[in-house]
Design a protein around this ligand. Structure first.
Ligand code: DAV
Length: 367
């Protein structure tokens, strides 16, 4: 049967079809430049690598399966990736890594814009082959939907020329990191286009892209040329010493309303398009936790990494009481979802999903 399977233009229209990641066989990859730059110096991740403990994999899968069932119960079609063997080393003519990462979180790899799903270049060597986890789904959508555009951004070489060696010293310190990120001096260089899909937010005709560790200016320029009918805006958040992925920093909930991490406020000179169109940017509530769970790359701000089901309904992690309360006050119906024990696998409710279909078309919210 031929029908439209892939269609999603923004982060909030009614969700009908989504991919939810899996924790199977996930690995903590060995040291490499861009990944090391993201791990805080006092993190329990430092110096560790190898397969994640089986009980943590099982627990994360239990939570991801429950999340998927809940979504299905609400009439949303849920697809799951087919894990490749993440224990395998990867060698290209340009680099070698002793293991892969996992098939969590799909949001980092797949960018859906209208009828297109675009595989990001990625910027970590251990994630170079991650798109393969999703290829069976891409083939299926290709067969089912005559208008589906399956695209892949140019695979980067990821030689040492892609990374600033200054970021490789053992002890940089948060103060210096904040200075560097404010100056937009990130671990990745401008050698070649690099982006992770989770640095991109979709607002209809406008794409808002975070310039940081995982996405460089050439990556943003590549996106601009690739989506000629869109306006592509580069943003950065100077308060973040480890800037990867925009979805624990800037979270649109519905047309006109965005949550912004109060430690990573959008600079005044980048607010123009929002204020000129009466969009409100409000500080997100504080996270409920003082520290991330064990062996986790992400900060406590996964509290605001929410999945919007429609402009009135949002999934929030069940222990994030302050974030749930704020959503309620903002007039959203809150669906609490337990996911914290899966955070270590790469993120929260937004991260662990990738849009396939949301109702609606491409609107211009910033005319
Ligand atoms: O705050 O550590 C996490 C983003 C995961 N996609 C953070 C960013």
């Amino acid at each position: 049967m031929q029908k439209t399977v892939v269609n999603s233009w923004n982060e909030w229209d009614p969700l009908k079809h989504v991919i939810v990641g899996r924790a199977d066989n996930c690995h903590i990859p060995p040291e490499e430049p861009a990944l090391d730059a993201k791990v805080p110096e006092d993190s329990d991740m430092r110096g560790q690598w190898g397969r994640r403990p089986q009980e943590t994999i099982d627990r994360a899968n239990e939570l991801l399966d429950n999340f998927a069932s809940m979504l299905e119960g609400r009439g949303i079609r849920v697809d799951r990736p087919t894990p490749i063997d993440h224990s395998l080393p990867a060698t290209t003519p340009d680099f070698h890594t002793d293991s892969q990462f996992g098939c969590m979180p799909p949001r980092d790899v797949l960018l859906t814009v209208g009828s297109e799903m675009l595989e990001a270049t990625m910027s970590y060597r251990c994630r170079w082959f991650e798109y393969l986890n999703y290829r069976p789904l891409m083939q299926q959508y290709f067969n089912e939907d005559p208008n589906f555009r399956h695209e892949s951004a140019p695979k980067p070489r990821l030689t040492d020329a892609d990374y600033h060696p200054d970021y490789l010293s053992e002890k940089i310190g948060v103060e210096k990191r904040l200075k560097w990120t404010a100056e937009k001096f990130f671990v990745t260089t401008e050698e070649e286009p690099l982006f992770d899909a989770a640095d991109v937010l979709r607002f209809g005709r406008d794409l808002v892209v975070q310039h940081g560790f995982t996405t460089n200016l050439k990556g943003i320029e590549w996106l601009r040329r690739h989506f000629p009918d869109h306006r592509v805006h580069a943003v950065n958040f100077p308060g973040d010493p480890y800037p990867i992925h925009i979805d624990a920093t800037f979270t649109p909930l519905r047309p006109g309303l965005i949550l912004n991490n109060p430690q990573r406020r959008l600079p005044e000179d980048q607010r123009e398009m929002f204020s000129a169109n009466d969009w409100e940017i409000v500080d997100a509530a504080q996270p409920a936790h003082n520290a991330p769970p064990p062996l986790c790359y992400s900060s406590t701000w996964l509290s605001m990494n929410v999945l919007v089901l429609d402009p009135k309904t949002v999934c929030v992690e069940a222990s994030e009481v302050y974030q749930m309360e704020q959503m309620d006050k903002l007039g959203m119906e809150v669906v609490p979802v337990e996911l914290r024990d899966a955070y270590a696998f790469g993120g929260g409710l937004h991260c662990c999903t990738a849009d396939v279909y949301r109702e609606g078309g491409c609107e211009d919210y910033f005319p």
